[in-house]
Design a protein around this ligand. Structure first.
Ligand SMILES: [Zn+2]
Length: 212
């Protein structure tokens, strides 16, 4: 499945500033409403501090709205002594939340790019994934966003992104299918045109004896 960017994705990144942010007290009141909706009593002792904890947890889960991946990627290094093969990060832990149910999406991301004269710090690539993951997401949108920002800022000869994740909205509710993994991918430039390069990427994301 090839995820593609839609104008809606772009809107997510710009529209955000225009939305009036509720206060912390309003957010906590909303959690109390949801607790009452479950049928429990938000004033009982065990639940008294829950709204505050939930709001603080949301600050962590959704911290990605405050950061700009473009800025993270903007510092690049040109001294690579002619290095011209792919740079790959395998098995980056993914923790995100689906925008339809606000429950976890847990999985792994593999990314690679083919640098042209300049590279970016490897940890910066992992940060970019974290920024997009810490927003309300669909796996398809996130796959496209990661690929788009690498293309746009690094201007490489190609980008490969593969996301392999389990959606708790599928495993713990609804059709309840634990053990199902959703795979989305996007290949651009030479990863798309050169089947050998594409295959090498797919080979390299397989578990090695070190992982066992
Ligand atoms: Zn969902």
């Amino acid at each position: 499945m090839d995820a593609s960017a839609t104008p809606a994705n772009v809107a997510v990144e710009t529209k955000n500033d225009a939305i009036a942010r509720p206060t912390r007290e309003e957010a906590e009141a909303a959690v109390r409403t949801l607790i009452a909706w479950t049928g429990d009593d938000p004033t009982r002792e065990g639940l008294l501090d829950t709204p505050g904890r939930v709001v603080r947890a949301y600050e962590e889960f959704y911290a990605g709205y405050k950061e700009d991946p473009r800025e993270i990627l903007s510092r690049t290094f040109e001294e690579v002594d002619g290095y011209d093969d792919m740079v790959m990060l395998r098995d980056i832990r993914l923790e995100s939340h689906c925008e339809h149910h606000m429950v976890p999406i847990i999985g792994r991301v593999h990314i690679a790019y083919l640098p042209v004269n300049r590279v970016v710090g490897i940890s910066k690539l992992a940060r970019v994934i974290e920024i997009y993951a810490r927003r309300l997401q669909t796996q398809e949108t996130m796959t496209a966003q990661i690929s788009n920002v690498l293309e746009e800022v690094l201007k490489p000869a190609g980008v490969a992104v593969l996301v392999d994740a389990a959606h708790q909205c599928m495993t713990t509710r609804g059709i309840r299918k634990p053990g199902v993994f959703t795979i989305t991918s996007r290949f651009t430039g030479r990863f798309k045109e050169d089947s050998r390069l594409h295959d090498r990427f797919m080979q390299m994301i397989r578990p090695t004896p070190n992982d066992m």
